[in-house]
Design a protein around this ligand. Structure first.
Ligand SMILES: C=Cc1c(C(=O)O)[nH]c(=O)[nH]c1=O
Length: 313
């Protein structure tokens, strides 16, 4: 069997990528990702200006996952755009993804996308509408009207391929509403999910929180989030135009977790917490485990089961 994954008209050796924020802050880290067993990769979400981010400790691995309130540390859009323009020549047939966020809010999102539109970068962009850790700033994607307004404004000038990174939703009506907004636009993909915002982890030895920012509140990743991630991948796949592909992110530790995201309809798969814990070797392990599942089930390719989740009706 083959793990070949098709995404946005391209064929990748396998569906695995890093999740933005993990192992993707510098060109050195990106080079290592490009050389790893991962099928593709995404850069750390960039803001207009470089940012230090929140005080440390701001990311902690815990038994069943991770908690973070990084606060959008990054080297600035110009740095990642410059790297991406150089790097795109080496990946003409397997475009990677550049992640873009905003610290200031609506207007910075527009300005950042305008800069990319005017640049020589021709690859994919992941517009991060779901950073939960910018104090005082609500997540864009939890405001349906603002998201509609932002995408309308971007599509008025942006002609290059892009998708959006979404937070988890927990109400069926919210799945309906965000899908209705997104279906108006020629988006190439939707990435579900970002970390589950504003969780709290307590250290049993000290009875204190484990991260410094926001009194210990931070985005949750890892095993904790898989049921929510699978539900969001499934719900958005069921609701979005078939032309909008899904990247499945959240709770992927094993080949089985990856297989379940594909069953829910994901085209590509992103690994954050487990990559942070295990290092780049996680991609060799996950590809081997997923391949073993295809062999055991007699599938020749992902296409044979992608989106084929069974229900009990
Ligand atoms: C881009 C900011 C994000 C951050 C962050 O930089 O704090 N953490 C996340 O879990 N998700 C994000 O989207």
């Amino acid at each position: 069997p083959t793990l070949q994954a098709t995404f946005y008209g391209h064929t990748y050796d396998n569906p695995f990528m890093n999740a933005s924020g993990v192992h993707c802050m510098t060109t050195t880290e990106l080079d290592a990702l490009a050389d790893s067993a991962a099928g593709s990769f995404v850069t750390k979400s960039a803001t207009a200006e470089a940012r230090e981010g929140n005080p440390e400790p701001r990311y902690v691995n815990v038994d069943l996952g991770s908690i973070n309130s990084m606060g959008l540390p990054n080297l600035g859009l110009d740095y990642y755009l410059d790297d991406a323009i150089k790097r795109q020549a080496s990946h003409p047939d397997q475009p990677f993804v550049m992640s873009v966020a905003s610290y200031q809010g609506f207007n910075e999102y527009v300005a950042n996308m305008r800069k990319i539109q005017e640049s020589d970068y021709t690859g994919l962009v992941e517009l991060n509408l779901s950073c939960p850790n910018v104090p005082g700033k609500p997540q864009m994607a939890y405001d349906f009207e603002d998201t509609d307004k932002l995408l309308t404004e971007i599509f008025a000038f942006y002609t290059k391929p892009f998708g959006v990174k979404l937070p988890p939703y927990f109400d069926i009506m919210h799945f309906d509403k965000i899908a209705a907004v997104l279906n108006q636009f020629d988006l190439k993909f939707v990435n579900c999910i970002n970390s589950i915002g504003n969780g709290l982890y307590i250290d049993e030895a000290t009875d204190t929180v484990v991260i410094k920012p926001k009194g210990g509140f931070g985005g949750i990743g890892g095993e904790y989030v898989k049921p929510t991630a699978l539900a969001n991948v499934r719900a958005l796949k069921q609701r979005l135009n078939p032309s909008i592909e899904i990247i499945g992110t959240g709770g992927i530790l094993t080949g089985r977790d990856a297989y379940e995201h594909l069953l829910c309809g994901a085209s590509m798969l992103q690994v954050g917490t487990q990559l942070e814990k295990e290092g780049l070797g996680v991609f060799e392990r996950l590809t081997a485990e997923l391949l073993a599942i295809l062999e055991a089930k007699g599938y020749a390719s992902i296409a044979e089961f992608k989106g084929m989740l069974g229900t009990l009706d």
